[in-house]
Design a protein around this ligand. Structure first.
Ligand code: FE2
Length: 434
C-alpha cells in the first residue's frame, strides 16, 4: 500500500504516461503502469508533474510592504533603496514575521517550495534577521528557506555593516551577501567583494552577491568576484545576482569575462521581472533592456537560474510568487523563443536553481523526498505559456495545496460549452512545413 500514487504524469524530461508512487514521504517508484493500492490517488491525466519551483533570489524582509510608507515615484533601484531606508526604522518583529508567513502561504499555493532570501543586515537591531530566522524555523516543514546576510547600504558605505553581517552569520544566516556597485567607489566595491569572499572562505559558507545591478558598463565587480572565487578556492559556491551591467558592456570585454565566470563556476541569477522595470531608467531612446546576457551565459556552460527578487515592495509593485511568470518574462526579454531555449527557461526555475542554492535531494527520482507539483499543462513550454495553474502541490508525499483547474464556460451558438486553456494544442504543422 503506497501513501500516494500519481497516475499518468508527463515529466519535464519528456517522459509521458508515468506513474509516481510515494511511501514514507519519498518517491518509491517512477514507471509506467504501477500496480498497487494507495491511500490517495492523484490523476495527473497527461499533465506535467514537475519538481517544485525554486526562487533563488528574493527579499522576504521587504515583501508585501508596498506603499509603506509611500510608493516609489521614479521606479528606480536607488529610490527603492532610499524608500526601504525610510521603512526600516519603523519595522517591528511581529510585522516582518507576519508579512513573511503570508508570503509563504502564497508561495506554497504556487508550488514554490524553496526560497533563498536576502535579509538586510544594515540595522544594529538585526530585527529582520531575527524575524526571518524565526520564519525559517516556522515554515521548514513546507518551505526550504535559505537566508543571505545582505549589507543593503554597503559593507563599507554603511557604518557597522561588517560587524552586523558577522553577527547575522553567528546567529545562523546561511550565505554571505554583498552589493559592491553601491559602495562609494569602484575600489571600495572591489575591496568589499574581496572581504566578503574571505569571510565566506573562513566560515565555509556560500556567497551570493548583488553584483553590478546597474546600467554602467564600467561596473565590473563580477570580474573581481570571479577572481576572488578562484583565489580562495570557492568554485561552485559563488553566485552573482543580477549582473545587469553585462547588458551594456563592450562585447570584446565580455568575450574575456564569460570564460572566466565559467572557469570559476559562478552561478548567474538574473531577475527578469525587476530588471526589465528598473534598468534603462536613465535612457531616453533607444532604451536598454538591462537584463544580463542569459543565452550567452548558458552557451558557455554557466549555470543560470532565475529569481523573482521582489513581490509588492519598494522596488516592485507587482509579483505573485509565480516562478512561471519569471520564466515567461525571461523568455521575452532575452528572446529565448526557440523550443530548446524555453525549456532552458523552465530548467532555470527548477533544476538550475537547485544547483545554485545547493539543494540536495531535489528532483523526481527514487529515494528522494516526494516534493512535486501537478500543473494544468502538458509540458514545460505550455507551463510557461499559460503560467499554468498548480493543480496539486506535494511536499514529503502530502498534498499541501490544491487549486481547481482553470475552465471557462462559454455561451456561444454552435461552439463548445467549456474550454480548458491547456487543451489548446497548436494545430499540427503539415509535413515539410517550415
Ligand atoms: Fe535583490
Amino acid at each position: 500500500m503506497f501513501d500516494l500514487l500519481i497516475k499518468d504524469a508527463n515529466l519535464p524530461d519528456g517522459r509521458s504516461g508515468v506513474d509516481i508512487a510515494v511511501s514514507n514521504g519519498r518517491f518509491e517508484a517512477i514507471a509506467p503502469g504501477i500496480d498497487g493500492e494507495a491511500l490517495r490517488v492523484v490523476e495527473a491525466a497527461g499533465r506535467l508533474v514537475t519538481p517544485p519551483f525554486i526562487d533563488p533570489h528574493f527579499h522576504m524582509d521587504a515583501t508585501l510592504s508596498l506603499g509603506n510608507p509611500r510608493l516609489n515615484r521614479s521606479g528606480t533601484l536607488l529610490e527603492g533603496i532610499a524608500l526601504w531606508g525610510e521603512l526600516k526604522p519603523q519595522l517591528t518583529h511581529e510585522a516582518v514575521v507576519e508579512r513573511a508567513l503570508r508570503y509563504c502561504d502564497l508561495a506554497v499555493s504556487q508550488g514554490l517550495l524553496s526560497i533563498r532570501s536576502h535579509v538586510d543586515v544594515c540595522d544594529d537591531r538585526l530585527l529582520a534577521v531575527d524575524a526571518l530566522l524565526e520564519v525559517r524555523e516556522k515554515v521548514k516543514a513546507y518551505i526550504d528557506l535559505q537566508l543571505v546576510a545582505f549589507p543593503q547600504d554597503g559593507l563599507f558605505r554603511s557604518a557597522g555593516a561588517e560587524k552586523n553581517l558577522m553577527r547575522a552569520l553567528d546567529k545562523g544566516v546561511d550565505v554571505v551577501g554583498g552589493i559592491p556597485h553601491f559602495e562609494r567607489t569602484m575600489q571600495e566595491g572591489a575591496a568589499s567583494v574581496q572581504r566578503l569572499c574571505e569571510i565566506a572562505a573562513e566560515r565555509g559558507l556560500p556567497v551570493d552577491m548583488h553584483c553590478d545591478e546597474t546600467d554602467d558598463p564600467q561596473s565590473r565587480h563580477i570580474e573581481t568576484l570571479t577572481a576572488e572565487t578562484v583565489r580562495l578556492g570557492l568554485q561552485g559556491r559563488v553566485a552573482g545576482s543580477h549582473l545587469t551591467s553585462m547588458h551594456s558592456m563592450d562585447n570584446y570585454y565580455v568575450s574575456k569575462l564569460i570564460p572566466l565566470m565559467a572557469e570559476a563556476q559562478i552561478h548567474a541569477i538574473p531577475n527578469p521581472l525587476i530588471n526589465i522595470t528598473l534598468q534603462g531608467r536613465h535612457d531616453t531612446y533607444p532604451k536598454r533592456r538591462g537584463m544580463t546576457r542569459v543565452p550567452e551565459l548558458l552557451a558557455a556552460g554557466i549555470n543560470v537560474s532565475l529569481g523573482q527578487d521582489c513581490c509588492m515592495d519598494p522596488w516592485y509593485s507587482l509579483g505573485n510568487a509565480d516562478m512561471l511568470e519569471v520564466a515567461h518574462m525571461a523568455v521575452h526579454v532575452a528572446q529565448m523563443t526557440s523550443v530548446n531555449a524555453m525549456k532552458q527557461a523552465f530548467d532555470a526555475i527548477t533544476v538550475n536553481s537547485a544547483r545554485a542554492i545547493g539543494l540536495d535531494d531535489y528532483g523526481i527520482e527514487k529515494g528522494r523526498p516526494a516534493n512535486c507539483v501537478v500543473l494544468q499543462a502538458r509540458d514545460p513550454v505550455e507551463a510557461i505559456r499559460l503560467r499554468a495553474t498548480r493543480l496539486a502541490v506535494i511536499r514529503n508525499g502530502e498534498v499541501i495545496a490544491e487549486t481547481g483547474p482553470r475552465m471557462a464556460t462559454l455561451s456561444l451558438p454552435d461552439r463548445p460549452g467549456t474550454i480548458d486553456a491547456a487543451d489548446y494544442a497548436p494545430v499540427e504543422a503539415a509535413p515539410g512545413a517550415p
